[in-house]
Write a protein that binds this ligand. Structure first.
Ligand SMILES: C[S@@+](CC[C@H](N)C(=O)[O-])C[C@H]1O[C@@H](n2cnc3c(N)ncnc32)[C@H](O)[C@@H]1O
Length: 316
């Protein structure tokens, strides 16, 4: 296991908005390379508590090995963030002052050949964040090799927003069985690469980028987990508590925006009912109206930050 190569994205902005103070109890839902967690530790200790979660056991092992003094001071849990309430309960906590989530994958995962996330590094098509999680039904390997054309097209279109989803799915099915990420990338490139090369604005994107993203989202049920995590996150915030979330593509950002907005609403009774019977009250206020994006300098120093968007809320 090498040292982390992940450079935290929008960390200053994502943590500043949380208004952290010594003694606070805070959650880092996505430990990754540990940049955010180390900053949280510095901000709330002494006297505070940091609970850091990651679905990837390797990220946890790396952090414990490289930062033993911080690791022994905080609580690190190998879990999916969708289980945040249970994770906290097991540690005797019901509510927290702040939650941060820096979504997606770390550079350590993207650049590892054995995880099968990347078409730049050849490996078996796997893409599970946590291969030990028995609730993850299938790896990307079984997805690309077993589902129908209709289902595969739907996955690639919905989660990758790939306009040539049908062509990509047809090519994958014709090339079955597929085993390696390089084979999968080549099949997709052969089928739809021409569209990308002709389109000047997208010529820097590999034709397989969106399909790989789609498979990863499907395999890890990322959208439903994110939606549920955000809803539970709002419930477990103390009054005045804050949550900030950094997302990396439009599908993720849409979910964050919608869950946050939904929780700003009061009464949801139909207009024809004269008196409110739903008793719904606004749960949160939005702290950042238009999502923050990284500065030009950050993008120059860390091109992976270019698509990042930060949103934040405060609980009433
Ligand atoms: C972008 S990295 C976080 C980087 C981190 N903020 C840092 O400073 O190094 C995202 C991390 O979230 C983890 N992750 C993604 N989805 C998750 C989920 N549903 N539950 C728990 N961890 C998840 C990934 O395994 C990855 O390590």
């Amino acid at each position: 296991m090498t040292q982390t190569i992940h450079i935290p994205v929008m960390m200053r902005e994502a943590l500043e908005i949380l208004e952290l103070k010594k003694g606070m109890t805070v959650v880092d839902a996505t430990l990754g390379g540990g940049g955010y967690t180390r900053a949280l530790h510095g901000a709330v200790m002494p006297g505070g508590r940091v609970i850091s979660i990651d679905a990837d056991g390797e990220a946890i092992a790396r952090f414990k090995r490289d930062y033993p003094h911080i690791a022994s001071d905080i609580t690190i849990v190998h879990s999916n963030y969708v289980h945040v309430r249970e994770v906290l309960r097991e540690n005797g906590i019901t509510h927290v002052d702040a939650i941060v989530a820096d979504l997606g994958l770390s550079s350590d995962q993207l650049e590892s050949s054995v995880r099968g996330f990347s078409f730049q590094e050849d490996g078996v098509i796997d893409m599970r964040l946590d291969a030990s999680d028995l609730s993850v039904q299938q790896s990307a390997l079984s997805l690309v090799n077993t589902v129908s054309e209709k289902e595969l097209t739907k996955v690639i279109y919905r989660y990758g927003e790939e306009e040539h989803a049908k062509k990509a799915a047809q090519a994958i099915i014709a090339a079955r069985p597929l085993e390696k990420t390089s084979e999968l990338a080549a099949v997709i490139d052969e089928a739809i690469g021409g569209f990308y090369r002709r389109k000047k604005c997208n010529s820097s994107i590999h034709a397989a980028t969106k399909t790989f993203q789609a498979l990863r989202i499907a395999v890890n049920e990322e959208y439903v987990n994110l939606e549920n995590f955000l809803a539970v996150g709002i419930e477990i915030l103390l009054s005045g508590g804050r949550m900030s979330v950094v997302s990396f593509h439009s599908g993720e950002d849409r979910i964050v925006k919608n869950v946050f907005r939904h929780n700003t609403k009061g009464c949801v009774c139909p207009a024809e009912i004269p008196l409110c019977v739903c008793d719904t009250v606004p749960q949160v206020k939005i702290l950042i109206k238009k999502p923050l994006q990284p500065t030009e300098d950050e993008v120059k120093n860390n091109p992976r930050s270019r698509s990042a968007k930060l949103r934040a809320i405060q609980k009433f």
